[in-house]
Design a protein around this ligand. Structure first.
Ligand SMILES: [Mg+2]
Length: 320
């Protein structure tokens, strides 16, 4: 299976695994561990349903298959919010407040560069949950060393900034995509995470606007100690830094897609997003998403259509 489709499925399936048990705290999972994909639950959706995480990931991939255009990305987000595009049942749900505010700003005519929330309280995981498709575009346009390109890194920050414009959310997306890039290069999981963090940090140390927030990622600089932290030091709320750290911690303590995403779900709280963010990277590292989970995703024809169009555009971009 190709990396693009595998990556997108990794996000969608992580979302579908966590969705039915979202908002339950960690102590609940010690009595009711999730061991496979279930349906219904919190949103009473059928087995194999994705939520905002999956829909916005598909929206971004679909927009990028026509080239990079912030206005167009926001238009696709608007189509999702108002008309249920990229959903399975025709209606958007589970949207975060910061994302919704930004799309409403756009709807009211605010320029795209000013729609996203800029305060520290706008650092939810809403941009991180949908950012994965951008790695494929950046690799096609700027090559596998894109973290050395200010232009490429600015694109990451602009796409996050459509909804989440604080430096912490932008930098979380930058670190995540730098890791995704190393995994696309064929690095093994642990090495990919380590190299991805190192290369992102080299970029961020050269950009003074990220000086302050860089301190927040200190735990990731010593990956060996970080991976050995007790689970009680790993947050799984909707705060973007929690989601990035939790997904990496799950990956570092697992040896398959299945093990990583289930670990993410069983951390509790923002289960669908932690598993979606973890699942995107896990799917790039391993090619072993369980077949029954893939076949449980209904309306998955839209994933195929988006992947074909995206790949076609990327091949043209590479050739140019
Ligand atoms: Mg969700």
């Amino acid at each position: 299976m190709d990396k693009i489709k595998n990556g997108l499925l990794g996000v969608l399936i992580g979302d579908a695994l966590g969705l039915p048990v979202q908002f339950n705290d960690r102590s609940w999972f010690s009595k009711h561990p999730v061991t496979t994909m279930i349906g219904n639950g919190v949103f009473n959706k059928p087995l194999g349903s994705w939520s905002d995480d999956g829909s916005l990931t598909l929206a971004l991939a679909s927009s990028l298959s026509h080239g990079y255009n912030l206005e167009n990305i926001m238009k696709e987000f608007e189509e999702w919010l108002f008309y249920g595009k990229y959903t399975q049942e025709g209606q958007a749900y589970d949207m975060g407040q910061t994302t919704m505010n930004a799309i409403m700003n756009y709807h009211r005519g605010v320029p795209v560069s000013k729609c996203g929330g800029k305060t520290y309280y706008d650092n939810g995981n809403g941009s991180l949950m949908r950012i994965l498709p951008l790695v494929f575009y950046l690799r096609a346009k700027y090559g596998k060393y894109f973290t050395q390109s200010t232009q490429a890194m600015t694109i990451i920050h602009e796409v996050s900034g459509l909804t989440h414009a604080h430096e912490l959310a932008k930098m979380s997306c930058g670190i995540y995509l730098s890791i995704a890039n190393e995994l696309c290069n064929g690095e093994a999981l642990r090495e990919g995470i380590e190299l991805g963090i190192q290369k992102a940090m080299i970029y961020y140390s050269s950009d003074p606007s990220f000086k302050k927030v860089s301190l927040e990622f200190e735990r990731l600089l010593d990956l060996e100690s970080f991976s050995k932290l007790s689970v009680k030091y790993i947050g799984s709320s909707g705060f973007v830094k929690d989601t990035l750290e939790a997904s990496l911690w799950c990956l570092l303590n697992s040896s398959s897609y299945q093990e990583a995403v289930l670990k993410a779900v069983n951390l509790g709280n923002d289960t669908d997003t932690t598993a979606a963010v973890c699942g995107g990277l896990a799917a790039l590292a391993y090619e072993n998403i369980p077949a029954e989970w893939i076949s449980a995703l209904h309306e998955s024809e839209q994933v195929d259509t988006i992947c074909i169009a995206f790949k076609k555009h990327l091949d043209k971009t590479k050739a140019a």
